[in-house]
Structure formats: structure tokens, C-alpha cells
Design a protein. Structure first.
Length: 209
């Protein structure tokens, strides 16, 4: 009687174990087909930072003569026949010739600042040009980050429980992880006494700083 019962238990275990292996293989084949056709789309995040670089500088430059054009001789520059009048003419022309005329102009660069140009004309020549820079140039840094959005995942596997010298139960099962990193587990266990047990589980992600 005992041998008959043991033999029946072995047949039941073998039957359930065989069907469990078949179910696991079918699930693996389906998962491989679905996973091979899935394409993980990356999400691009573009971050643009603008930093204003301030420039405050003074540049002094000597301008060479580019071209000399003859001037128009007017009455006041025609030498007088009177000695005193001629002396006055010379003095006037000398003072005009040696005097320095300074011209200043400001060039506005939108809302970034300005450039001031100062020209000095001496002895009928542009002897010096000074440029005062005072503006902020925007420097734009563009950073593109490719991120992979969270996806749903499905795992298949199992557990074996027992002692050092004896296996008590085999539990194949599935684990499903959703986009919020929550994990759901389902197992079917086969005892070596022929009984079937079922189990479900749930895991919640804990954020550790």
C-alpha cells in the first residue's frame, strides 16, 4: 500500500513538473519575440544656458594717412601785402593748425552696451583714435541629454526551497515591474508530495539618499 501511494505521488509530481516546464518554455518564447521587436526610444532633453561676458577695455590706435586731398584756398588764406596783416594771418593759421580737435561718438550695441570712439585731429591729421569698449556679450551653452524613459519589464524565473540534503519545493514564477518601479510577483509551487501552492507578492521601491 505504501509503495503504491509513493508511486502515485511520484507520477503526480512528474506530471505537474512537466507541465510547469512546458508553460515556462512557452512564456520564454513569447517574451523573446516581444522583446526582440521592442525598440527603446530615448528622450532628448535640451538645456540652454546664457552667460553674459562683460568686456571693458580701452584701445588706442594711431591712424596712418590714407589719402591727401587738396583744399580750397579762400580769401583769408591769400597772403596780404601788408606786413601787419600778414602776421595776423600767420598767427591765425598757426593756431588753427596746431590746435587739436577731439571728436567723440558713442555706438550703442542694442541692450548689450556701447563702444565709445574718440578721434584726435592734429596738424590736419587724424593723429589718434581711442576706442572704449563697454558691453556684455551673451554666450549660449547648449546641452543635449539623452535619457531613456522608464519602461515596463517582465521577468521569468523560479526558486528552489529545501534543506541541504533534500529539495522540498520548486516555485517557478513571473515578476512584473511597472513604470513606477513597483514590482508584482506570481509563483506556482510544486511540493514533492504532489500538492500545488500558489503565491503572489508586491514590492515598493524605497528611495535611499
Amino acid at each position: 500500500m505504501f509503495l503504491k501511494t509513493l508511486k502515485k505521488m511520484q507520477i503526480n509530481i512528474q506530471k505537474y513538473f512537466t507541465w510547469g516546464i512546458i508553460v515556462i518554455l512557452v512564456i520564454i518564447i513569447l517574451l523573446q519575440r516581444s522583446c526582440s521587436s521592442n525598440i527603446i526610444n530615448t528622450k532628448s532633453v535640451t538645456k540652454i544656458d546664457t552667460v553674459f561676458i562683460k568686456r571693458t577695455d580701452t584701445v588706442v590706435k594711431t591712424i596712418p594717412i590714407y589719402k591727401t586731398l587738396p583744399g580750397k584756398i579762400t580769401k583769408e588764406y591769400i597772403p596780404s601785402s601788408n606786413c601787419d596783416s600778414l602776421k595776423l594771418q600767420y598767427t591765425s593759421i598757426r593756431d588753427k593748425f596746431l590746435s587739436r580737435n577731439v571728436y567723440k561718438d558713442t555706438l550703442d550695441i542694442s541692450h548689450f552696451g556701447n563702444i565709445i570712439i574718440i578721434d584726435t585731429i592734429e596738424k590736419n591729421q587724424l593723429s589718434k583714435r581711442t576706442k572704449l569698449f563697454n558691453y556684455k556679450i551673451p554666450e549660449i551653452t547648449k546641452t543635449i541629454t539623452n535619457t531613456v524613459p522608464p519602461t515596463r519589464q517582465l521577468y521569468i524565473g523560479g526558486n528552489i526551497y529545501g534543506q541541504l540534503n533534500r529539495i522540498s519545493i520548486i516555485t517557478p514564477g513571473l515578476i512584473y515591474k511597472d513604470r513606477q518601479d513597483r514590482i508584482y510577483q506570481a509563483n506556482i509551487g510544486v511540493n514533492f508530495d504532489g500538492s500545488i501552492v500558489y503565491g503572489i507578492g508586491f514590492y515598493y521601491k524605497i528611495k535611499i539618499k
